[in-house]
Design a protein around this ligand. Structure first.
Ligand code: ATP
Length: 260
């Protein structure tokens, strides 16, 4: 893990809501190395999703800079942006919202392969089968409707779709929060395996410190639109410095705090 894959500085995002201004990001800076997982944790409303959306360019910030893979990410446009986008993928809490619900699994996975011309047409079906098997689903699931999958299976398809793009960074926003505990730990194991295998970096956004600690190398703690603490995951959990981190740590079971 050397060098910097993503570097954001001075991000500011203020939402306008019914005549009111909400400062969701006040002056946020962070960096992620290749192959690293940065956990982003904080209580509801602190600005985590806004930060994920700004980093993935779903929402423009009012100020700040982002360098990704050595390029000025916020100034890319047109074909340059389309080409670069595949390197940063996002997985949301509710994958149904990210898929066309009328699509089959194969359709959902074929889109990025076609769009980014990643495999020739005649190899597409085989690649879809490989991707499904890699995330722990039978290749035969390709023919199923997205609607006929469980939440955990849908999240596996969302991960497969991100992988199809061969990204360097995947931003996961509450990606396991809606899953039951057993499925959640299987998906977390899958994410860690994929990272080891492919050198992927993750930004893992969650309000759940236990899940964040399970996968993160470093943790950034957010509070009211600011990152108030960043450090190695073990250090933040064992010896939190900010009040926000102390509150999060106090809310998780002792076993998680003290680790194996
Ligand atoms: N599209 C929007 N329009 C107006 N205000 C918004 C919008 N999105 C977020 N906000 C506001 O910005 C603040 C930060 O919200 P955000 O969703 O980023 O926080 P969060 O930490 O991800 O919270 P949660 O875990 O509850 O999703 C909140 O006060 C929220 O109400």
């Amino acid at each position: 893990m050397s060098g910097v894959l993503l570097e954001a500085g001075g991000l500011v995002k203020t939402w306008q809501a019914r005549g009111r201004q909400v400062a969701a990001l006040k002056d946020v800076s962070l960096a992620v190395a290749p192959g690293e997982t940065l956990g982003l944790v904080g209580r509801s409303g602190c600005g985590k999703s806004t930060l994920a959306r700004v980093l993935t360019r779903l929402t423009p910030p009012q100020a700040g800079s982002i360098r990704f893979r050595g390029k000025d990410w916020l100034s890319l446009a047109g074909a340059g942006l389309r080409a670069e986008r595949r390197h940063m993928q996002m997985v949301f809490q509710d994958p149904l919202a990210a898929f066309n619900p009328r699509s089959t699994v194969a359709g959902a996975l074929a889109d990025p392969l076609r769009l980014h011309r990643l495999v020739p047409r005649e190899r597409r079906a085989a690649r879809i089968g490989e991707l499904l098997e890699r995330v722990g689903l039978p290749a035969g699931y390709a023919a199923r409707s997205i609607l006929n999958l469980s939440g955990g299976q849908r999240q596996r398809v969302a991960i497969a779709r991100a992988l199809a793009c061969e990204p360097s960074l995947v931003v996961l926003d509450e990606a396991v929060s809606a899953l039951d505990v057993a499925v959640r730990s299987m998906i977390l194991d899958l994410l860690v395996d994929l990272q080891r295998e492919r050198g992927l970096a993750y930004i893992f956004v969650s309000h759940d410190l236990a899940a964040v600690k399970a996968v993160s190398h470093r943790i950034a703690v957010m509070e009211a639109g600011e990152i108030v603490e960043t450090g190695p995951a073990e250090t933040v959990v064992r010896n939190p410095q900010s009040q926000a981190a102390k509150d999060l740590v106090a809310a998780v079971p002792r076993l998680v705090r003290e680790g194996p």
